[in-house]
Design a protein around this ligand. Structure first.
Ligand code: ATP
Ligand code: MG
Length: 312
């Protein structure tokens, strides 16, 4: 069986700005081509907006996508053959939480679960690193959202090697091969999921260092945003270049045909939300989701019950 994510990368996302002006981009522009060495700096601009700078039209389009997503999720649920795992990774203040909140605002909470992955607990460290992720996977008919994920195992754990020491792994060298092996394990894990009807969609919210600075400052200056600011986030900023390198290597080795990474320009929240919602809709629309058909006998049975109820 040839495995492919049922997604058309040439699908256009259109924004009608005015009668004369329409901005379009293709999902392919945001996708990381499998196996290709990429440079975040050179190939992906955090400020990309498809050439458009007024967010009004984008907000309307987002509302339409959110509505469409709600319909598609109902179909996914009724069809009950596929599940969808959506992974979010990003530097702090890139807008993961806001994107999840806005993009998923229309979906029925019964068919959707968000799991946030934090520093692993003692119990979690006593297991293999995919254990906690496996326990949170979506079932058929549902959407699972990972706010951070097992990919942290090649990001924060790679940048801060002392974290690896806590993992009680069998002895061995932690060299390039070690990280390659982790990438392969993740690729295999995702292939396994897709084989089983659980599709995987991965978003890296690509924020610029200067925009992060602005957002941190806003969190300090505006008292109602103070709770969002953590000193630890500020400290992590010192490792910016190490993180960018870790992200590049991860994107390069784990963007696959079955589970591609999307690099979402994140300096403009309205644009990132629009792009994310468009990609999710594209995946669900390509799945040929059907409401279960009602057989003739069942239809007749229902009509009889209807008659009886009306006669009461
Ligand atoms: P927010 O700050 O918006 O609430 P967050 O995702 O930043 O969301 P935090 O509780 O601030 O949540 O941070 C979670 C922390 O857990 C991050 O610093 C992340 O790097 C860390 N983390 C996640 N997975 C792992 C892991 N496998 N090993 C070590 N640290 C991890
Ligand atoms: Mg945080």
């Amino acid at each position: 069986m040839k495995l492919k994510l049922h997604l058309d990368p040439d699908r256009k996302v259109s924004l009608k700005v005015s009668k004369q002006h329409k901005v379009e981009f293709r999902l392919r522009q945001l996708m990381v081509p499998p196996g290709k060495k990429i440079s975040l700096k050179r190939d992906y601009s955090p400020g990309f907006t498809g050439g458009y700078h007024d967010k009004t039209a984008a907000v309307e389009q987002l509302a339409a996508n959110v509505e469409r997503l709600a319909e598609l999720q109902e179909r996914l649920y009724a069809d009950d053959r596929y599940g969808l795992l959506i992974v979010f990774q990003a530097m702090d203040a890139a807008g993961k939480d806001g994107a999840i909140k806005h993009v998923m605002s229309g979906v029925n909470p019964q068919g959707c679960r968000v799991t946030s992955f934090k520093v692993p607990s003692a119990e979690e460290l006593d297991h293999d690193y995919l254990w906690r992720a496996s326990r949170a996977l979506p079932g058929r008919g549902t959407i699972g959202i990972f706010n951070r994920s097992y990919y942290e195992e090649t990001l924060v754990v790679r940048v801060h090697s002392e974290l690896l020491a806590k993992q009680k792994l069998p002895p061995g060298d932690v060299d390039e091969d070690f990280w390659r092996r982790r990438f392969k394990e993740m690729n295999n894990f995702e292939k396994y999921l897709v084989h089983n009807g659980i599709f995987v969609l991965k978003f890296f919210l690509n924020l610029s260092k200067s925009e992060q600075r602005k957002r941190f400052l806003a969190r300090i200056e505006e008292p109602e945003k103070n709770w969002k600011f953590s000193t630890a986030d500020y400290r992590e900023r010192a490792y910016w270049n190490d993180y960018q390198a870790a992200y590049e290597d991860m994107l390069r080795h784990t963007s696959t045909e079955v589970a591609p990474w999307f690099v979402i320009p994140a300096d403009n929240k309205w644009f990132s939300r629009l792009a994310i919602s468009a990609a999710i809709c594209a995946v669900l629309e390509s799945l040929d989701l059907k409401f279960p058909e009602v057989s003739k006998e069942r239809r007749r049975e229902l009509q009889e019950i209807q008659k009886a109820l009306e006669g009461e």
